[in-house]
Design a protein around this ligand. Structure first.
Ligand SMILES: NC(=O)c1ccc[n+]([C@@H]2O[C@H](COP(=O)([O-])OP(=O)(O)OC[C@H]3O[C@@H](n4cnc5c(N)ncnc54)[C@H](OP(=O)(O)O)[C@@H]3O)[C@@H](O)[C@H]2O)c1
Length: 335
């Protein structure tokens, strides 16, 4: 297959490129040459800023285009105009952040979506990210119609993750000692190994149509299952101390960023998205222990983190803050 990846050198795109090359695709990567310019010498590299000039796309035809780097609708529109009918199929990497309400479990692809007060906004932030991806989806469907697939991943994890969220838990468990386990062991959790997501996207690239939630694992997982697997896989000597949500919130602990992956109950639907459509289209996930081991091994090799696409605080909690919280929690529960 002749495959064009708009991106391909940071995280999900990097796994897409690696696997596509491994299966024998003819791969073209379009990027600015900042994130991983030396990667994939076997691929054709088109160096361009998609916000400036897409003249590098003037020549060529591709069976499938996978767009990992569109955050505002203008970027989808300009690519569609540049490629026209020379793109056989277009796949947009969107996000489950497009959904309006995470209060209830079972969010399917037809659930209500976010709207932006100002649809011309171009600043990508926690507030605008989901609404802008909705507009990217609209642009993609308008341009490519049935030759288009929209993939809405949940939290993507694994080696090369620049966000450090899941990775924080792997390294925290490795460090050992008493670890704050947030919420309750039975709370649901979802995430997908970037390599599994990439494998599935390549499987459906070029022909799938419509919209797919894409997260994992393929059978339900709880926070207890996640953190216990992390403990037993990475450091059985570590000890989990389950600290309930209300107490953590009362101490000002910030879900998702300070204790990554963890979301408060009011957003529990974020970790219970309906992925039946993707499973029916062949999505499958490797064992969690493998993702944990590989992520920890990769994290140990990282010298300088790759910059994130969206400006946000570093994921994780400082050891001193965690120790202080544990001491206060112990004092209160002893009293
Ligand atoms: N991380 C998560 O948990 C999560 C969850 C849901 C959805 N998503 C979505 O998943 C996608 C994955 O992103 P990724 O970073 O992993 O993909 P990636 O393809 O590995 O990396 C992003 C690529 O885009 C290129 N790029 C960025 N800005 C560009 C520009 N203006 N012009 C040309 N190339 C540009 C970068 O290269 P250069 O820097 O060299 O230009 C890099 O190759 C995103 O769309 C994100 O919204 C992520």
């Amino acid at each position: 297959m002749k495959l064009l990846i708009l991106g391909g050198t940071r995280f999900l795109g990097r796994h897409l490129a690696e696997q596509a090359l491994a299966r024998g695709d003819e791969v073209t990567l379009l990027h600015r040459g900042r994130s991983g310019a030396a990667l994939f010498p076997q691929a054709r590299h088109l160096i361009a800023d998609r916000d400036a000039d897409l003249g590098v796309l003037d020549d060529g035809r591709w069976d499938a285009v996978i767009d990992t780097s569109a955050y505002v609708p203008r970027q989808v529109k300009s690519v569609a105009a540049a490629l026209g009918a020379r793109a056989g199929h277009y796949m947009l990497v969107s996000t489950i952040s497009v959904y309006r309400d995470f209060g209830a479990p079972g969010i399917a692809e037809d659930a209500p979506l976010q709207t932006l007060a100002d649809p011309t906004v171009e600043t990508v932030s926690g507030e605008t990210y989901g609404g802008l991806k909705v507009l990217c989806e609209v642009e993609a469907e308008a341009a490519f119609g049935p030759r288009c697939a929209i993939v809405r991943p949940g939290l993507i994890v694994g080696p090369h993750d620049p966000t450090g969220r899941f990775t924080w838990w792997a390294t925290r468990l490795q460090r050992g000692g008493t670890v704050i386990a947030p919420g309750a062991p039975a709370d649901a959790v979802q995430f997908i190994d970037a390599r599994d997501l990439a494998a599935w996207m390549l499987r459906i690239a070029g022909h799938a149509s419509g919209t797919f939630n894409a997260t994992g694992p393929d059978s339900p997982l709880t926070m207890g299952g996640f953190l216990e697997t992390a403990r037993s896989t990475l450091n059985p000597a570590a000890r989990l101390e389950w600290v309930p949500e209300p107490w953590l919130l009362a101490q000002g602990v910030v879900p998702w960023s300070e204790l990554p992956v963890w979301v408060p109950r009011e957003s529990a639907g974020l970790h219970q998205v309906d992925i039946r459509r993707a499973l029916a289209a062949g999505l499958s996930c490797r064992p969690l222990a493998q993702t944990l081991t590989d992520t920890a091994a990769w994290a140990a090799t990282v010298e300088a983190p790759v910059p994130q696409a969206i400006d946000r605080p570093a994921a994780g909690m400082a050891p001193e803050r965690e120790a202080d919280l544990l001491a206060r929690w112990a004092a209160e529960t002893r009293a």
